[in-house]
Design a protein around this ligand. Structure first.
Ligand code: URA
Length: 226
């Protein structure tokens, strides 16, 4: 077999850069396709009543960090955008505090339509809508995932352990369809609504330090292409 020399890789590197430029529009296209498919097919969202709208998620198609929430709240349902209510304002304040630009992130929920009376999503609702979140993650290939609260953590890690025990400790999200690597680092942390509900300064500080830790890890992680 012919030996490979350093310069053999140069055209390959150029090709990789070119491919990287192409992947963002490709990922955007795939996200849009997925969204259309979700809006037609999702058995939770297509049956949950006309006074609730789908909150798909938003952000970069090649994010450093993918933030996963639980479900849209009242404000999110009104505007069709994730984390625009009080919890979102707290999250934005934290991003500002640690110098994280939300344009480098993607943010979505486990389920895309608000459950009645803002209750926690039921296992059946998660089973129906959750797979679209998995597809979103696989499409954008984030460097790091931050699971905000118990619902996101339990769904992504398939665990029953409570968020208080899991928060701040790195876990791995694995999926057979991941490309170029076997797992994505996942950090469980508190949901911002929990901090609003129990405004003890320690919890807020923990949320801030967890998000800072995720930012630092994402900066050390290379870009993944496919
Ligand atoms: N809480 C969530 O989990 N998601 C949102 O989008 C807003 C509040």
């Amino acid at each position: 077999m012919r030996r490979l020399w350093v310069y053999d890789h140069i055209p390959l590197l150029r090709l990789e850069v070119a491919l990287d430029c192409m992947t963002v529009p490709t990922r955007d296209f795939r996200l849009n396709e997925l969204r259309v498919r979700h809006d037609i097919e999702c058995l939770h969202c297509t049956t949950s009543g006309s006074n609730h709208q789908t909150v798909w998620g938003e952000g970069r198609a090649d994010p450093d960090i993918f933030f996963v929430g639980e479900a849209p709240g009242k404000e999110e349902n009104k505007f069709g955008r994730p984390f625009v209510g009080q919890a979102g304002q707290l999250l934005s304040a934290i991003f500002h505090e640690i110098g994280l630009c939300s344009e480098h992130c993607y943010i979505a929920n486990v389920i895309k339509r608000r459950p009645p009376s803002n209750r926690t999503p039921l296992p059946d609702e998660i089973a129906k809508c959750g797979p679209y979140l998995i597809e979103q993650i696989l499409t954008v290939q984030p460097k790091v995932i931050v699971a905000l609260g118990g619902t996101a953590t339990k769904f992504l890690l398939g665990t029953e352990t409570g968020i208080t025990r899991l928060r701040g400790v790195w876990a791995s999200w694995t999926h057979p369809k991941l490309i170029n690597r076997s797992s994505v680092p996942l950090l469980p942390t508190f949901h911002p609504s929990y901090i609003l509900w129990k405004p003890e300064s320690q919890r807020r500080n923990q949320l801030v330090s967890d998000i800072r830790m995720a930012v630092n890890r994402s900066r050390k992680t290379p870009i993944f292409m496919y």
